[in-house]
Design a protein around this ligand. Structure first.
Ligand SMILES: Nc1ncnc2c1ncn2[C@@H]1O[C@H](COP(=O)(O)OP(=O)(O)OP(=O)(O)O)[C@@H](O)[C@H]1O
Ligand SMILES: [Mg+2]
Length: 369
């Protein structure tokens, strides 16, 4: 399978890799390519570089995905069937939507959202961004509005923890905490009540009077959402381990990034997630180097020109060596790939990425490889 076929077949493609290698850019370029190939695409992005956000006309903190105008998506020809939406992952909005969806009534939702502990909680839980990504992805997959979702991930070794993040949230407020603070703990032993009173006193002492009671009402309300949260996690896990999903590892030619790619490949395998291949980004593997040195002919009798030719020869040699090195990196990535997985080189687009056209070109370069 090539990348073009993958963009047509899959329902969700997740991009992982070390910091700064081009995950967000690749997600955007692939989104553009898939939309131009006729699919209804959502790119779920995290913290895009300013020029990328501008190129896509992305609104910050928008409550809904932004649709890339058709004149921009199809600037070079007739409008096709495909559509491209982009959404910048905003944990606050994702959580609010989740609480609303899982609460029985609007007033039950408000009781949670208006609680001052709610804000506290959403900042306290480790991996908030990963969890928000999981929740958002699950929501968009479940509502079936898009043919393909491209998920960008944060620059962290924990990027794949998003499947476990809801579990962690549940652990944070796990049954023991709930039973300690929940409204009907059902525990009546004297020792237990003593513990409850003591913890309450300590918390009141630290955070001010009434805190323990406040915590109790909050945990009581929030605890009711756990069953729904667990269901979402299970559903998402099913989607992401199915043949509809693909995980692409993005790397740059730098040794540290290549090592991270190996780390992620092992992490995918350990979680039973479908590894679909590597993108060697910003590489010279596809270039054939500069003009071969043989094209540079020294002029007789002009030493200034000859010096320039010698300098160019040197530069051509450097470029050539770099292209050769990148090609062998690509070969290394291609070794031992599972059946159907890819190793693709993406060119360095340089200043070309300033506008949407640059993304179109990068998407084309990736899909014809
Ligand atoms: N193929 C490319 N050609 C030229 N510039 C690129 C290319 N890919 C990425 N860049 C540039 O490299 C920088 C980092 O790219 P990007 O933000 O996509 O990386 P990232 O992996 O998402 O980073 P982070 O880990 O911080 O989220 C950006 O300025 C981007 O424009
Ligand atoms: Mg990024």
């Amino acid at each position: 399978m090539n990348l073009d076929a993958m963009l047509r077949d899959k329902r969700v493609i997740v991009l992982c890799g070390a910091g700064g290698v081009g995950k967000t850019t690749t997600a955007a370029a692939l989104g553009v390519a898939a939309a131009r190939a006729g699919r209804h695409v959502l790119v779920l992005t995290i913290d895009p570089a300013r020029r990328l956000a501008e190129a896509m006309g992305l609104k910050e903190n928008g409550p809904e995905p932004t649709t890339v105008p058709l004149e921009r998506l199809y600037a070079d020809g007739p409008h096709g069937e495909g559509r491209l939406d982009v959404w910048m992952l905003e944990p606050r909005i994702v959580f609010e939507r989740m609480v609303r969806k899982l609460s029985a009534t609007e007033s039950a939702a408000r009781a949670i959202l208006d609680h001052r502990l709610y804000r506290f909680l959403s900042e306290l839980v480790a991996g908030v961004q990963e969890y928000a990504a999981a929740e958002a992805l699950d929501g968009f997959l479940a509502d079936g509005h898009y043919d393909l979702i491209l998920l960008d991930t944060p620059p962290s070794r924990h990027a794949l923890d998003f499947l476990e993040a809801p579990g962690r949230l549940a652990r944070f407020l796990d049954d023991r905490v709930i039973s300690l603070f929940g409204p009907d703990s059902g525990r009546t032993g004297r020792l237990w009540q003593g513990a409850q009173a003591l913890v309450g006193k300590v918390l009141d002492g630290i955070f001010g009077g009434g805190f323990a009671q406040e915590m109790r009402t909050f945990v009581g309300a929030f605890g009711g959402l756990f069953a729904g949260i667990r269901l979402h996690t299970e559903r998402l896990r099913e989607h992401l381990t199915s043949k509809d999903a693909a995980f692409l590892l993005v790397t740059s030619p730098e040794a540290a990034a290549m090592r991270e790619a190996t780390f992620f490949r092992d992490a995918l395998q350990a979680r039973g997630l479908p590894f679909a291949g590597y993108v060697l980004n910003r590489s010279w593997a596809r270039e054939d180097g500069l003009a071969p040195a043989a094209n540079l002919k020294p002029h007789a009798n002009n030493s200034a020109d000859n010096d320039a030719v010698l300098a160019l020869e040197h530069l051509a040699g450097v470029e050539d060596a770099r292209a050769t090195a990148h090609r062998s990196l690509l070969d290394r990535l291609a070794e031992g790939l599972p059946l159907g997985a890819l190793a693709i080189a993406a060119p360095d687009a340089g200043a070309d990425l300033e506008d949407f056209r640059g993304l179109v070109n990068l998407g084309d370069a990736l899909t014809v490889a």
